[in-house]
Every structure is written in C-alpha cells, then in structure tokens.
Design a protein around this ligand. Structure first.
Ligand code: GTP
Ligand code: MG
Length: 425
C-alpha cells in the first residue's frame, strides 16, 4: 500500500518521462563536453607532434561531434505522441477536447477535420498555430478562430500537419510533454499509406475512436493492419464512443441487459481484433485497452466544472458517473502506456547510440595514446643505443690516446737516448 507521503513523492507516469528526458539530456551534455575536449586535445597534440594523429581519426571525432549535437537537439524537442484515428464523426476531435478539458479543436456533425492537427504545449504561453512549411505564427483565441484560420488560408491538403500550440498551464497533458494528433476520418482518404509514413512512425500510442452505433468496420481494421506491419507491436487503445447514446436508446425494453449484451458484443470484436488479428496485446491486457465512453459528456462536464459548476449537472443521460469513471480509467492506462512506450522508443535508441559513440571515441583515444607511448619508447631506445655507441667510441678514443701517449713517450725516450749517445761520443 502507498502511504500519503509516498503518493506525494511518487511521480505520475507522465512525469517519469519528463525525469528520464532530463536525465538523458544531462548525460548527453556530458558526452558533448567529452567529445569537445577530446577534439581540442587532439588538435593540441597534432600541433605539437605532427603525424601522431591521422586524418581519419580527426574526421571520426568531428563526425561524432555532429552526431551528438544532433541527438541533443532532438532530445530537447522529444515529446510523447498520441495519434487518434477513426471514421468521420466518430468523435476523435471531441475525445481530444475532453482530454484537454476544453473545446480546443473544431468538432461537429459531418466531415469536420480536414487535415492533421497536432496539439502541443506552447513554448511562449500564447495560443497560436503554424501550418506545414511555414514559420508564420497565426494567433488563435478560440475554437471558432482556429476553425476560421484553418479554412481561411490556402487550401489544406488532408495529409498536411498543422501545429496547434496551446498554453501549457491549461492542461496537464501539454505541460507534461504530450502531443495529441487529430486526423481526418479514415473513410475519406485514398492515401492511408502516406498517412502512415507521415504521421504514424513516431507515434507512441494510437487511439482508435469507434462509434458504438455500428461495429468495427473493415476500413478501420485495414488501417491498423497497415500500421502494425510498419511498426512493431504498436500500442492501440479502442474507445467505443457515444456510449451515452446507447443508454438513451428508447427501443430497449430491458435497458440494462441490452446494454450489457451490446457491450459484450463490442468487447468480443475488439478482443478478436487486437489479440487474434493484430496480435498487439494479450487477452488479459484487453480490459485495459478497450473502453466504453462518452467524450461529449466528459467534455461538457469538464467545461462546466471549469466554470465553477458541479461535474454532473443532472441533465446528463443515465449512467453518466460510470462512463465518466471509465473515461478516467482510460486516461490512467493511457498515461502509463504512453510514458513507457515513449521512454523506450525515444530514449533507447539515443542511449544506445550515445554508448556506441563514447566507446568508439575511447578506442580512438586509446590508440592515439598507445601510439604516442610507442614513439616515446622508441626514442628512449634509440637514445640508449646511441649512448652505448658513444661509450665504445669514448673507450676507443681513450685507448688510442693512451697508445699515442706511449708511442710519443717512446719516441721522446728514443730521441733522448740518441742525443745522449751522440753527446757522449
Ligand atoms: P471528423 O473530424 O469529421 O472526422 O469527425 P470527428 O471524429 O472528429 O468527430 P467530432 O468530434 O467532430 O464529433 C462529431 C459529432 O459527434 C459532434 O457533433 C459531437 O458533438 C458528437 N459526439 C462526439 N462524441 C459524442 C458522444 O460521446 N456522444 C454523443 N451523443 N455525441 C458525440
Ligand atoms: Mg474531427
């Protein structure tokens, strides 16, 4: 059991991502300094003793320096990404708004979202949007303003991505580095492959929003079959939305039993799809991947609560409290999954690459160190040999000098003998 004090200390799953991001960022700053220092030392050595370090070694270090700089840049921008898909009008935009706790994205009957919209925390604190290929910030004040900005500009291509920057203090998800991607209905496009290449490869979690008025369609299934062939074991949640409509169904005689049966039917289909067809989760995991919710109710309730009214104002359909709790349960499971998946997909690669770079650099530095040591040893040996030769020469010189001395002495003695003999004679 977790005590009160522990729960205060235990970070939420989303904060774990933030902590991991901070740690890996700090490690890479150290790696960056290490590469920088190594390069500077190599230049010093090269200037002092040209030829000790070869060109390839200098090029490799420069290459590692660029790689590390690139990783550092990506790391500061890394965020957890969740992408929402489903058929038109199933409630994708409404689910995102419910999670954000306010009406940020346009929603409505008929085909509403006509391009990809990525909602993320605003670095400046202001709400603005940036369309693909442009740097121009367009200020937005409200959802009507956003809808207007989206329809007013140049004709948007359905696979185009518009970044919506929203104040972080308005939503915990945004302040914890989660980016939520809304998409047009998958039934209105011919270009699913392009969508997958452009928007799914770096998504950590997928949410399929289905309408409980109908069963899972082939379009929805085919899309996720394609996603799971491109990504190994994607994390997929299924939200059976508009569950409030089922509670309001007037034709049900025994409302409770009928809704239970309907739920079982949807659950069975979703389990077959996730476990047997896609093989992305186990039968045990399904209960924490499939939920029955009403995004519209959650959004309404949260907006009311934000404006100081009670969460349930009494005009909501039967079973609101249970649906609300189920939405919260989805959010809890979602946060756990996205954090784990993002730490693995975003940081595992970087940390392996970082380790590889440090190892390779270490090898290069060691090779250079050994080479310098060998050359120093060689010079010491050469000095020793030279010394030996000098000693021999010195000995030879001494002996030659001694021999010369003796000869000269003999000659002097000879001359002396001869001179004294001549004088005596
Ligand atoms: P496109 O952007 O056109 O692909 O649709 P979408 O999937 O984003 O759907 P959107 O969120 O725009 O919702 C479509 C309509 O369904 C809106 O009028 C919503 O108010 C309504 N809606 C969404 N969720 C629910 C729900 O849980 N219950 C009910 N009753 N209506 C809902
Ligand atoms: Mg929409």
């Amino acid at each position: 059991t977790i005590g009160f004090g522990d729960s205060l200390l235990t970070p939420s799953p989303l904060q774990v991502f933030g902590q991991a991001k901070e740690q890996i960022n700090n490690i890479f700053v150290d790696v960056q300094n290490y590469v920088h220092d190594a390069y500077e030392r190599m230049i010093d050595v090269n200037n002092l003793c040209p030829g000790v370090i070869n060109e390839n070694e200098l090029d490799s270090i420069l290459d590692y320096r660029t790689q590390v700089r690139g990783i550092c840049e990506v790391l500061t921008r890394d965020q957890m990404k969740v992408a929402f898909f489903g058929r038109t009008s199933n409630g994708k935009s409404t689910v995102i708004n419910a999670m954000l706790g306010e009406k940020v994205l346009p929603s409505g009957r008929g085909h509403t979202t006509n391009c990809f919209l990525q909602v993320e925390g605003s670095p400046t604190g202001d709400a603005y949007l940036i369309t693909e290929g442009s740097n121009e910030k367009q200020n937005i004040e409200s959802v009507t303003h956003l809808a207007h900005a989206l329809s007013n500009g140049k004709q948007l291509n359905e696979k185009e991505l518009v970044h919506v920057y929203w104040p972080k203090d308005k939503c915990r998800l945004l302040s914890d580095d989660v980016a939520l991607v809304d998409s047009p209905g998958i039934d209105v496009t011919q270009h699913l492959d392009d969508w997958i290449d452009a928007h799914c490869i770096d998504a950590d979690v997928f949410v399929l929003v289905v309408n409980t008025d109908s069963l899972l369609s082939n379009t929805e299934k085919n899309f996720f079959h394609k996603v799971s062939t491109n990504l190994s074991k994607p994390t997929i949640f299924i939200l059976n939305n508009r569950w409030d409509a089922s509670a309001n169904e007037p034709e049900f005689i025994d409302k409770f039993n009928s809704q239970e049966q309907e739920r079982e039917q949807h659950m069975e289909r979703a389990t077959d799809f996730l476990v047997k067809e896609l093989k992305v989760c186990t039968p045990e995991e399904v209960v924490s991947r499939v939920f029955f919710i009403s995004a519209k109710e959650v959004l309404q309730a949260r907006v009311e609560e934000h404006n100081g009214f009670p969460l349930n104002n009494g005009v909501l359909a039967d079973g609101f409290d249970a649906r609300y709790l189920e939405f919260e349960e989805f959010e809890r499971r979602f946060e756990e999954c996205i954090s784990k998946s993002a730490i693995k997909t975003k940081f595992l690669n970087h940390s392996q690459q970082g380790k590889h770079i440090v190892k390779e650099m270490h090898k290069i530095m060691e090779t250079i160190y050994k080479r310098i040591q060998e050359q120093t040893n060689l010079k010491t040996c050469q000095k020793y040999e030279l010394q030996k030769k000098l000693n021999v020469i010195e000995q030879q010189l001494i002996s030659i000098t001694n021999q010369m001395k003796m000869k000269i002495q003999q000659m002097v003695d000879d001359v002396k003998d001869k001179v004294s003999k001549a004088l005596n004679d």
